[in-house]
Design a protein around this ligand. Structure first.
Ligand SMILES: NC(=O)c1ccc[n+]([C@@H]2O[C@H](COP(=O)([O-])OP(=O)(O)OC[C@H]3O[C@@H](n4cnc5c(N)ncnc54)[C@H](O)[C@@H]3O)[C@@H](O)[C@H]2O)c1
Length: 666
């Protein structure tokens, strides 16, 4: 059977043979046992819904074995025989180019080169799922191969509910992930709903098919490090010879060493998982791997002396490094952490003093003991960070819920007022005021032809547009423009592509619209093939996350989620090809609501109309909210946006003099 025929058949009517998988593939840890006997039966009944009753006796046994072995039912037998990767869009079957571009993005998210646990359909972040099982994947691909441009595929947390009549300007796919009634949004609720097969954690770009490998975050991390470097520079000096200590070489965190190299420092990145460390080293995302802590000390000392630009992976626990660098007095200039603390009890954070294998066993077989060990390590971790910051280290929370979980573990991380953390999040200090408030965020695109020449041409188009815009941009955004022009010019040389031919840069509304318009014109002229636009959810408007994206909102509204919901609704009727809205992502289930979109540009007038309407809203929604929260940069940016677009009319805040409030509640 050809690839196209396999896609079109959906769930095969005869059972495929049971698969055995390469042991080198990185597997998800066993999930904790959460279901009662009755709930286990319900999980089996739920999973059998996808199959002809004649197969139920065989599959019921098989799925119950999976539930026992993995804590989840992945339906491994139904993993396709073909390789999953971003094929050129022309190779996908179907009547709708938009739907075929979505298939490309789905396969990219599940590709073995890109996904963290490909067999468990997890793209990144330990539990960031594209689907919960292989039946959902097969059925979704079949629907996409059948649909026309006047239908919409509706997806409930990985499950394709079906195709519904709509119209050509409607999204082809509407994705919701992990949406639950707010009172049922605790970590164990997620474990249970996920084990039952009725909900999933979409992370941010995993469940919305918009993940493009670590490149997406390399850029954001580079911008963060450059600006953190500017913050700690005493005389405007660069990051040369300065040490950045952090942890995690996973889906997102793996970008840190590369970003460190681009920003020009010495990066030390600890990772406990040997397989992941090897992958990142083989892929060239990290220069060297060291397994012995004393050797690490010697190496870092020599790198400091020679002011080398180098990224060093340490295979081991990051707490060991903070401890050793403390006792050896190795000065850490910049410190952070990107272990997966949004998922602390199921493999996101490994305790000190026990092996990786022991930890994996303990989290499944003795979750309470494991939790205790994690919390003990977190307390020590924070206390060592405190020792370093007392010596002058600039430490920032990297949006992985480190400070949140450390505080819950009773670590000494609270500020004197007992409300705030003693360290800022990178959004509070850097991303928020410097980027998001001005509308700068992670705009991205994928060349659906799969051709690297197309990517090169789009890089050049984007660089030209930014250079042109920079000539007339106000001082407030000149630094952002300059950083992004430098980034896009160096992007090719930095070999950032893993999987699809994708690129990211930070641009504001005007930049995004102008670049997209230029791409659409180039497609119309036949210079390049179709392009999929998108963005990380980690952006100006898409995400309400009080400890990350919206942590620099100080009007008391940071625990509301109106902005993210408004955003996805607004994107959906302004022409997005697909939209998604998720509970959880980044900082954890119940802690954030985030949404995203994908938009296919095919060179048509329809694409031109849609891109202008949707991108304008997709950025200015968040600037409006940030402006209403009295953020200075956003008040500037929204006034500028209104001057450019007369149809935009936004409510502006009146500022209150402190002296008016001073006497009121004495
Ligand atoms: N700041 C941002 O822009 C941003 C963006 C994306 C993700 N994040 C957050 O960063 C975190 C990491 O994301 P990811 O996709 O890389 O997750 P991941 O699970 O793929 O990677 C985390 C890695 O940390 C390792 N690790 C865990 N405990 C460790 C320890 N004590 N010492 C050394 N290594 C340890 C794990 O083995 C894992 O490989 C998540 O919480 C995510 O939400 C932040």
């Amino acid at each position: 059977m050809t690839f196209k025929e396999q896609i079109q058949q959906g769930i095969p009517s005869e059972l495929p043979i049971v698969k055995s998988f390469d042991t080198a593939i990185n597997r998800a840890p066993k999930r904790k046992e959460i279901l009662s006997k009755e709930e286990k039966e319900l999980a089996i009944r739920n999973s059998l819904r996808y199959f002809d009753p004649k197969h139920h006796p065989v599959l019921a046994k098989e799925f119950s074995d999976e539930l026992k072995e993995y804590g989840r039912i992945y339906m491994h037998r139904f993993h396709p025989d073909y390789e999953l990767f971003a094929r050129p869009v022309a190779e996908y079957p179907g009547k709708s180019l938009q739907a075929r571009s979505i298939m490309l993005m789905i396969q990219n998210n599940l590709s073995h080169a890109v996904a963290q646990h490909p067999l468990e359909l997890i793209t990144y972040g330990g539990n960031g799922a594209v689907f919960s099982n292989w039946a959902q994947y097969l059925l979704t691909m079949q629907y996409l191969s059948e649909m026309t441009d006047d239908q919409t595929l509706v997806m409930y947390s990985g499950h394709p509910m079906g195709l519904y009549p709509s119209h050509k300007d409607a999204p082809r796919v509407v994705v919701t992930n992990g949406m639950v009634i707010p009172n049922y949004s605790k970590q164990d609720d997620y474990e249970k709903f996920n084990a039952l097969g009725v909900s999933q954690y979409g992370q941010m770009t995993a469940g919305s098919f918009m993940y493009i490998g670590p490149q997406g975050i390399v850029h954001g991390t580079t911008i963060t490090l450059l600006n953190a470097g500017r913050k700690i520079a005493k005389n405007g000096e660069s990051l040369a010879g300065k040490v950045f200590l952090t942890a995690g070489l996973g889906g997102m965190s793996g970008a840190q060493p590369k970003a460190g190299n681009i920003a020009g420092c010495i990066t030390v990145c600890a990772e406990v998982n040997a397989k992941i460390t090897k992958i990142r080293h083989d892929q060239g995302w990290i220069d060297e791997v060291i397994t012995d802590i004393d050797a690490l000390v010697t190496r870092v000392k020599s790198a400091k002396e020679a002011k080398e630009i180098v990224s060093i992976g340490y295979l081991g626990n990051v707490v060991d490094v903070w401890e050793k660098f403390d006792s050896e007095n190795i000065y850490v200039d910049l410190g952070s952490d990107q272990t997966s603390l949004h998922n602390p009890w199921a493999g996101g954070y490994y305790p000190q003093g026990i092996s990786f294998e022991e930890a994996n066993e303990m989290m499944a077989n003795d979750p309470e003991l494991f939790k205790g060990k994690v919390q003990e390590t977190l307390r020590k971790h924070a206390s060592l960070v405190n020792n370093h910051t007392a010596k002058g280290t600039y430490f920032f929370d990297y949006g992985n819920a480190f400070l949140l979980e450390a505080s819950r573990a009773g670590a000494d991380v609270m500020a004197a007022n007992g409300i705030d953390f003693r360290y800022p999040s990178y959004v509070q200090d850097i991303m928020g005021p410097m980027c998001f408030d001005y509308g700068f965020g992670p705009f991205r695109w994928v060349c659906a032809s799969g051709k690297s020449e197309d990517l090169e041409k789009t890089d050049a188009i984007a660089a030209n547009i930014l250079e042109e815009l920079m000539q007339t941009s106000p001082n407030e955004i000149q630094q952002q423009m300059a950083d992004n022009i430098q980034w896009i010019k160096g992007a090719r040389a930095n070999k950032l592509v893993v999987g699809s031919q994708a690129r990211i840069l930070y641009a504001d509304a005007e930049g995004r619209m102008r670049i997209a318009e230029a791409f659409n014109n180039a497609i119309a002229k036949g210079d390049i093939g179709p392009v999929v636009l998108g963005r990380d959810h980690h952006d100006v408007s898409g995400t309400d996350s009080p400890f990350r994206e919206t942590s620099n909102i100080y009007d008391g509204s940071k625990f509301t989620a109106d902005m993210a919901i408004q955003n996805v609704i607004g994107d959906s009727f302004r022409g997005a090809t697909w939209v998604s809205i998720h509970n959880g992502g980044g900082v954890g289930w119940g802690e954030v609501i985030n949404g995203g979109f994908g938009m296919l540009l095919d060179g048509s007038e329809d694409s031109d109309r849609r891109l202008k309407s949707m991108l304008h809203w997709d950025v200015n929604n968040g600037i409006s909210r940030r402006s209403w929260a009295r953020n200075e940069g956003a008040m500037f940016a929204i006034k500028r946006a209104m001057a450019i677009e007369p149809k935009l009319k936004v409510t502006l805040p009146n500022l209150v003099d402190d002296s008016i409030l001073g006497e009121l509640f004495k």
